[in-house]
Ligand binder design. Structure first.
Ligand code: SF4
Length: 400
């Protein structure tokens, strides 16, 4: 029997964003570590999970540290050094997204650690149920995958590098434990059995006849969103559907058709979101045209600031203070001012759409007049779960 310590580094997230939750717009949960925990427990090991830097309550033989975005590498280094100093006899192992994408960078920074790429032990725990009891919090939802990897190879996305093989399940219903399901698939609709899976989700009835409530963390691939599938998504009670518009402005008829399709099957316009990568190949002017199209369709936008896959830091600070490319990645076709203006335009437009302002045009200070009213706060719309750090989705997070 071994003592296994699972570590989620102290990523720079607000505490409320550590978990999904019914009251929070949370985004990150160390689901991989929870699966690894199950596997080791069933093989007789003693397992603990710590989030951040603190005493483990055991003397670990192995310390397994996860990593996320490359620009959060400093938190991973800090965790590895902390646990190496605290438990010098333990083997320190680092895996996850950053370790997979920049293994050499990680090895240089942490010469005492073993760095692993890809899924844990080649997918050993892929079909293992996560051990949520390792968390201190009691979650009211469950995270599931029906696929791994992606069938596409978008240049800005790291999914297909981390999970190069596209794999899929034919059924998911045997894994359902809770009413609220959050799918962490990168490209949910790419599963060749997605229709069958949606049908089985539709048929599930919990105690007292309750139906499932589903959400897909990534956006739906517009090219795979057929009318029949949109209906199935709606019937399966998928909330807050999101579609990605990474292509040029002139694709707007297809995007509009996707938005209209979601409306036709019963989604309200305030339920629908459009993902957009900015600070990338599409220039500011074109991005504003895309944003304006969403204003006309009265749907909100999730803006995703592009960051290169090999950038181990990101010191972008929101707000009016000017920064340079030494602070964060600014695409050669963009300027710091444009990055800030685009982000601000998205925020304002989303507020205007949420508040039903005429033509979706923002009026300065309109959100303050709503504070205290019973209407939804425009700054904190009802919880949506996206791989987006308040509008800063890293390209490593899938946008499908
Ligand atoms: S952006 Fe989406 S569709 Fe493109 S490779 Fe990533 S997950 Fe797949």
């Amino acid at each position: 029997m071994m003592n296994i310590l699972l570590v989620e580094p102290n990523f720079p997230l607000p505490d409320k964003s550590k978990n999904h939750g019914s009251k929070t717009r949370a985004q990150f949960l160390p689901i991989g570590l929870l699966k690894i925990g199950t596997w080791h427990k069933t093989h007789g090991d003693r397992v603990r999970l710590v989030r951040g830097l603190r005493a483990a309550g055991m003397k670990p033989d192995r310390v397994l540290i996860t990593s996320l975005f490359t620009y959060w590498s400093a938190a991973v280094h800090a965790a590895a050094r902390y646990y190496h100093a605290r438990y010098p006899a333990a083997a320190i192992e680092v895996g996850g997204i950053y370790a997979s994408l920049m293994p050499d960078h990680c090895r240089v920074a942490l010469p005492f650690a073993e760095v692993f790429q890809g899924l844990y032990r080649g997918g050993l725990v892929e079909n293992v149920t996560p051990d949520f009891s390792l968390l201190e919090e009691d979650l009211d939802y469950q995270v599931l995958h029906t696929t791994r990897g992606c069938t596409r190879h978008c240049s800005f996305c790291g999914t297909w590098k981390i999970e190069p093989e596209f794999t899929f399940k034919r059924s998911i219903v045997a894994e359902v434990q809770k009413q609220r399901l959050v799918f962490y698939d990168n490209n949910f609709l790419a599963n060749p059995y997605v229709d069958e899976i949606l049908r089985e989700l539709i048929d599930v009835r919990l105690s007292r006849g309750r139906r499932l409530i589903c959400e897909c963390q990534s956006g739906f691939d517009l090219r795979l969103l057929t009318p029949a599938r949109a209906r199935l998504l709606r019937e399966a009670n998928f909330k807050a559907p999101r579609i990605a518009w990474d292509g040029p402005y002139d694709r707007w008829p297809k995007v509009k058709a996707g938005v209209d399709l979601l409306k036709q099957v019963g989604y309200g316009r305030k339920d629908i979101f459009v993902f957009m990568v900015y600070n990338h190949d599409r220039r500011y002017k074109e991005m504003r045209a895309k944003l304006d199209a969403c204003r006309r369709w009265k749907v909100r936008v999730v803006d995703c600031r592009y960051r290169p896959l090999d950038r181990p830091f990101d010191n972008y600070r929101p707000g009016p203070t000017r920064q340079t490319a030494a602070d964060y990645h600014i695409h050669p076709a963009w300027s710091d001012d444009e990055v800030r203006r685009f982000r601000r335009a998205v925020r304002h437009q989303n507020i205007a759409i949420l508040l039903d302002l005429p033509n979706g045009r923002y009026l300065a200070g309109c959100e303050r007049r709503k504070v205290g009213s019973k209407s939804a706060c425009p700054m904190s719309p009802r919880p949506i779960i996206i791989r987006c750090d308040g509008g800063d989705l890293h390209p490593e997070a899938a946008l499908a």
